[in-house]
Design a protein around this ligand. Structure first.
Ligand SMILES: Cc1ncc(C[n+]2csc(CCOP(=O)(O)OP(=O)(O)O)c2C)c(N)n1
Ligand SMILES: [Mg+2]
Length: 319
């Protein structure tokens, strides 16, 4: 694989930063410091990081409701993210949007969204622009196993296929849509087979292995840039947290969670890097400490930030 040790360590740093961000949000939410809905993706760090590591800065990313990790991997500022989650005036949407409305168009992170399946057709927009203007930029959307049953999934894949758009559809299969197991929602074993209906490649990947994700994504990106059209990637993964923070979780067992934790994407990546002499324990601890410190700084920034002023209440209200 064409990955330098610098890039591999950066991917590890991002995964650790996401883990600390998510664990902190989990705690702060329970302490009542975060209003609104909030969905955490710890356990799934390898998906967003592996996907986005295969992109250039100018490529577009559309996220979903479990998108903090996607934002961090796309280089968004964890201070502004934490402030947004806490409803502070310094946040990405000046505290108006919260977890599911984080966006940074300059960084081409085109938004997290509370509409399941909402980002899938949107991703075709910049892809069409790229095709018309010949910029070779690709447009990626990450969405869940639940979202692949929305009409938007089928419409968007069909359109991308017939127009050979440089769109990449990344289905993050964490096995549940809220409390509904994927086997109940879909009557096929291999979700990547859905690509057959649209005459595009469908690739199944071990989503807990960040390098496998990177490799499959790189092939999809190459294909898209060459004008060969879209790909459906299906990343098999798992969320450790409940669907939302504080969810009762009666639909799965502790044993199941433990089984997935044994395959933890960060621990296994660390093991790989050490076994291949890319990293030693000391350097790992330094990267870990850096990630932890960044999130402590983000929390401090959010804590010190003001809530929006009441005089600002009708800014951005257009009607
Ligand atoms: C259009 C729409 N339908 C239903 C919901 C309620 N809802 C929020 S998250 C979710 C489950 C989504 O599951 P999945 O796509 O697998 O993503 P995951 O939560 O597992 O990351 C549902 C049904 C919604 N927000 N939007
Ligand atoms: Mg799911």
């Amino acid at each position: 694989m064409d990955l330098s040790s610098v890039k591999l360590k950066e991917m590890l740093r991002q995964m650790l930063t996401i883990r600390y961000f998510e664990l902190s949000v989990d705690r702060l939410y329970r302490e009542g410091k975060i209003p609104g809905g909030c969905h955490l993706g710890y356990g799934e760090e390898s998906t967003g990081v592996g996907v986005i590591a295969a992109l250039d800065e100018n490529d577009y990313v559309f996220s979903n409701h479990r998108g903090h990790g996607h934002c961090i991997a796309k280089g968004l500022d964890t201070k502004l993210m934490m402030a947004e989650l806490q409803g502070k005036a310094t946040g990405y949407c000046r505290g108006r949007g919260g977890s599911m409305h984080i966006m940074d168009v300059k960084k081409r992170l085109m938004g997290t969204t509370g509409i399941v399946g909402g980002g899938i057709p949107q991703a075709n927009g910049p892809a069409l622009k790229s095709l018309i203007e010949g910029t070779k930029e690709v447009s990626v959307v990450l969405f869940g196993d639940g979202a692949c049953n929305q009409g938007t999934f089928h419409e968007a894949l069909n359109l991308a296929s017939i127009w050979k758009l440089p769109s990449i559809f990344v289905l993050v299969n964490n096995h549940y849509a809220e409390s509904t197991p994927v086997e109940y929602n879909c009557n096929i074993k291999n979700l990547a087979d859905r690509a057959i209906s649209y005459g595009i490649p469908g690739v199944s990947v071990d989503g807990m292995n960040v390098l496998e994700v990177y490799k499959a994504m790189s092939e999809a990106v190459q294909r898209a840039r060459k004008g060969e059209g879209p790909t459906l990637l299906v990343l098999d993964t798992y969320r450790y947290a409940g669907h939302y923070v504080g969810e009762p979780e009666g639909y799965r067992t502790d044993k199941e969670i433990e089984e997935y934790r044994k395959r933890d994407c960060i621990l296994n990546f660390k093991k790989y890097l050490i076994e291949n002499n890319i990293l030693d324990e000391n350097e790992y601890n330094l990267i870990d400490a850096k990630a932890k410190k960044e999130i402590e700084g983000a929390i401090e920034f959010a804590d010190k930030s003001p809530i929006p002023d009441v005089s600002d209440i009708d800014t951005d209200v257009y009607v």
